[in-house]
Design a protein around this ligand. Structure first.
Ligand SMILES: [Zn+2]
Length: 122
């Protein structure tokens, strides 16, 4: 298992069982750094995690609609962000990249798949 560290406090994150799986949190009081178990989630603060959630919500609409295969959607995102496909996991993105992903997903929906736009504007 890889040890996950708080990037601010350099402390080992502490695993906590939740209904969604194991969540790793910084033990320092008031620190919002956390991440999920698994290789595709890196520790991030509250703001970054909120942007990742928004990015996932928007991006997942595209492949869940069946307009694109999940792998195709991620390949396109990797090209847009100029990242390697093995590094293209929203759970690894910093805040700026997560925001870029939201913009890309919105743009794609507006311009390529206007019929799923309704779901986004709800
Ligand atoms: Zn911390």
């Amino acid at each position: 298992m890889t040890i996950k560290l708080c990037p601010i406090h350099k402390r080992n994150l502490v695993p906590i069982k939740t209904e969604f799986g194991i969540r790793y949190c910084c033990p320092m009081y008031g620190c919002t750094i956390a991440c999920w178990s698994g290789k595709t989630s890196t520790p991030a603060d509250y703001e970054t995690r909120q942007e990742r959630i928004k990015a996932h919500d928007l991006f997942d609409i595209i492949w869940k609609s069946g307009k694109l295969k999940r792998t195709t959607a991620y390949r396109m995102l990797a090209m847009y962000l100029d990242t390697k496909s093995e590094d293209t996991h929203i759970g690894m993105f910093d805040k700026e990249t997560a925001i870029k992903t939201q913009e890309y997903a919105k743009d794609l929906i507006q311009n390529q798949f206007p019929d799923i736009r309704k779901k986004v504007e709800r």
